[in-house]
Each structure stands twice: as structure tokens, then as C-alpha cells.
Design a protein around this ligand. Structure first.
Ligand code: CAA
Length: 382
């Protein structure tokens, strides 16, 4: 019994699992080694409908529910956390902004391209001096006739090297603080938008992370997303859903680390026995498996709440906090269980440890998740 998943949800999860194991898993070491975006796999993901899973069929998507989408991120991340984040960012904060807040014209224009994978989506909130303090962004948007003119800098933008469409947050009224932030849909080839080189990261090789600069970027007012001044609320609501996706990404990494470890300790012999015979090893495996199980329930509880349209900011933050901390500790234990072999690339677990780290950082650090959770707990106690 698992939240009474429907036959459709299980079938979709199994299809994605097969694709991830048969197509992606064997390529993961090469993607990590070269740090090149695997465009052929991304194309196949598009053809399979994975890049438009929770987008309604009317806009070219598959029309799957949120739980199925989250399980797809987990399965893809089991094979490649880099492709997991490509999918999560493209959908949760690249496509959902339009689905949830877009005009009918914006939906018709952009969603079919995003859902098919012809276009990749990205989310541009973070700036050099505004990371955790998302309300402190300085990118400025000034109205000029029928347009807005954007100037400023963004950093750490996932998918930027491939993205065709950016959901960009900018200040339209500096006197209003967070209520003076507006979201814009900005196409890649807009004059004045420059996409910098991808950062050299500790992990998630193959997924791009670039700075953006806006120099007099002219955006038609019809590309405002939601209302003028609604940008901060939009960003926060998107991140509520996005954080469940990152939790699922972390879970994929954790499950792979556990599977590799459980297999390795039964093959590797020391002191005349497989490592698995040692209680010290069994205790570690038991803790790893318990964390995976606990993360599963937190993630799919939050996903179920979201799919039912219930407020789930607290649950999303709990899932992201727990699953990412669990993934980091499980990946680290996997390296430990592999001993010296764990520290070399061939055994894959060192990559999982590098990939896991960022899940504690992006879409809100785990310190920010605790703030979100605590604020809600205090609110509920009033
Ligand atoms: N949903 C809707 N509205 C929300 C909200 C939510 N979840 N959270 C806050 N708000 C609203 C508040 O109600 C408030 O509204 P009013 O002004 O109308 O009263 C407004 O937003 C401001 O709220 P706060 O005063 O609570 O804001 P704050 O400045 O204290 O910040 C924060 C709150 C939780 C710390 C927020 O800044 C935050 O989440 N920071 C982390 C940023 C982050 O996650 N960045 C990720 C970057 S994207 C990324 O990583 C993607 C990637 O590439 C992988």
C-alpha cells in the first residue's frame, strides 16, 4: 500500500524507470566526466512526453498528475541527477509559471513548445546580492510605452545554456519592496540578454548553471506574467512546488547510493566474509534504508497535498529538507562502505555524493526551509 497509487501512476513510474535504467544509467559516468549536456537524451525525453508530463493535453502535454511528475523526477535522478534537475527546473519553475499564472495567449504561445521539449524553460530569480533573500533582488524593469526595459544581473541559472525561455523576476517599483517585484517571460534571443559561460560545479555535471545579464532588454508588456507587483508571490508559490521536485531528485540519488552499497557489501570480502556479514555494516545500511523510506513518505505526502490543491509550503519544505539531508548522508555512507574504492570515480558513489550536496542548497537552502517550516508552525499555533 503506497498512498493508493493508481494503475496509471504506477505504469507511468515504471515506464520512466525503464527508460532511466536502459537509456540514461549507462551514460551517467560519461555525462559526469565530460560535463556536456546530453542533448540526445533530452530529445528522447521530449519525445517520450517527459518534458510536458503535468502540462494539460490541451497545451501539448501528457496531462499526468503531480504525483506522477514527481515520481518521474525521482526515477530520472536515480540514473542522472543532472537530467533530474533539467526536468525539475524546466517543469516546476520553467513551465508551471505559465500554466498557473499565464494569460491564455501566453499559454498558447509557450506551453506547447515547452511541453514537447522543443523549448527548454528556466527560472531567473537569484542575483549576486540576493540569494536566500529573494526579496532583495535589484534587476530593474522600467515601463517605456508598450514595453518594459530590463537591466540587471542574475546568477546560478539552471538550464540557462539550453533554455529558450526565462521566467525573470525584476523590480518594477522600488518603493514597494517585495510587492514591487514583477515576473516577465523573456525569450532567449531578445537583444540585450547575454548568457554567460556555465559554472564549473562540484556535481550535477551535464546540467548548465550560468549567469545572465540584462542590458536594456526590451520586453513587451504582454509578457508580464501575472499582475504587475505579483512577482514575489509567484516566485514563492512556484518554489513551494519546485521544492517537492528537488526532494524527489535527492531521493533518486539516495536510492541509487543505497542500492549500490547493498550490492557491494555482499560482494566484497574482508576477514574471510562478505562485508554484509558485519553488524557494523548492517547498522549503516539499516539507517540508510530508514532514511530513504522516511523521505519517500514526506515527498509523496507533500505531492499528494499539492495535487489536491491544498496549501503545502510547509510539507514541501519538510520534504526538501529531510530528503536532501538524507541523500547527502546516505551518499557519504555509500562512499564509506565502498572504502578506498568509494573514493574513485569507477564505483559511482563519489559522484552521488557530489551530486547530493547541491540539493541542500538550491531552491532554498535547508536553513531557509527550516525558516519556512517554523513560520508555519508558529502561525498554526496562534
Ligand atoms: N506562497 C505565497 N506567498 C508567499 C509565500 C508562499 N509560499 N511565502 C511568502 N509569501 C508572501 C507573504 O505572504 C508576503 O506577502 P505580503 O507582502 O502580501 O504580506 C510576501 O510573500 C513576503 O513574505 P515574507 O515577508 O515571508 O518574505 P521574506 O523576505 O521573509 O522571505 C523567504 C521569505 C522564505 C526567506 C524567501 O525569501 C525564500 O524562499 N528565500 C529562498 C529563495 C530561494 O528559494 N531561491 C531559489 C532560487 S531558484 C533555484 O534554486 C532554482 C534552481 O536553479 C534549481
Amino acid at each position: 500500500m503506497d498512498f493508493d497509487w493508481t494503475a496509471e501512476q504506477l505504469a507511468l513510474r515504471d515506464t520512466v524507470r525503464r527508460f532511466a535504467r536502459e537509456v540514461i544509467l549507462q551514460r551517467a559516468p560519461e555525462i559526469d566526466e565530460t560535463d556536456e549536456f546530453p542533448s540526445d537524451i533530452a530529445k528522447q525525453m521530449g519525445e517520450l512526453g517527459l518534458l510536458g508530463l503535468p502540462i494539460p493535453e490541451a497545451y501539448g502535454g501528457v496531462g499526468a498528475d503531480f504525483i506522477s511528475y514527481v515520481s518521474a523526477i525521482e526515477e530520472i535522478s536515480y540514473a542522472s541527477a543532472a537530467l533530474g534537475v533539467v526536468l525539475a527546473v524546466h517543469t516546476s519553475v520553467g513551465s508551471f509559471p505559465i500554466l498557473y499564472f499565464g494569460t491564455e495567449e501566453q499559454k498558447q504561445t509557450y506551453l506547447p513548445r515547452l511541453a514537447s521539449g522543443e523549448w527548454i524553460g528556466a527560472f531567473a530569480l537569484t542575483e549576486p546580492s540576493a540569494g536566500s533573500d529573494a526579496g532583495g533582488i535589484r534587476t530593474r524593469a522600467v515601463r517605456d510605452g508598450e514595453d518594459y526595459v530590463l537591466n540587471g544581473e542574475k546568477i546560478f541559472i539552471t538550464n540557462a545554456a539550453q533554455a529558450n525561455l526565462f521566467c525573470v523576476f525584476a523590480v518594477t517599483d522600488p518603493d514597494l519592496g517585495k510587492r514591487g517585484v514583477t515576473a516577465f517571460l523573456v525569450e532567449r534571443d531578445t537583444p540585450g540578454l547575454a548568457i554567460g559561460p556555465s559554472e564549473k560545479k562540484m556535481g550535477l555535471h551535464g546540467s548548465s548553471t550560468c549567469p545572465l545579464s540584462f542590458c536594456d532588454v526590451r520586453i513587451p508588456a504582454k509578457n508580464v506574467l501575472g499582475g504587475v507587483g505579483d512577482g514575489f508571490h509567484i516566485a514563492m508559490q512556484l518554489l513551494d512546488g519546485g521544492r517537492i521536485g528537488i526532494a524527489a531528485q535527492a531521493q533518486g540519488i539516495a536510492r541509487r547510493a543505497l542500492d549500490l552499497s547493498a550490492s557491494y557489501v555482499q560482494k566484497r570480502e574482508q576477514f574471510g566474509h562478505p562485508l554484509a556479514d558485519l553488524q557494523a555494516v548492517q547498522l549503516m545500511l539499516a539507517d540508510m534504508a530508514t532514511k530513504v523510506e522516511a523521505a519517500h513518505w514526506l515527498i509523496y505526502h507533500a505531492a499528494k497535498m499539492k495535487s489536491e490543491g491544498l496549501p503545502c509550503g510547509k510539507q514541501a519544505s519538510m520534504a526538501k529538507l529531510f530528503a536532501s539531508d538524507a541523500a547527502m548522508s546516505i551518499a557519504s555512507d555509500a562512499v564509506q562502505l565502498h572504502g578506498g574504492y568509494g573514493y574513485i570515480a569507477e564505483y559511482h558513489v563519489e559522484q552521488l555524493m557530489r551530486d547530493a550536496k547541491v540539493t541542500q542548497i538550491y531552491e532554498g537552502t535547508n536553513q531557509i526551509q527550516r525558516i519556512v517550516i517554523a513560520r508555519q508552525v508558529l502561525k498554526e499555533a496562534k
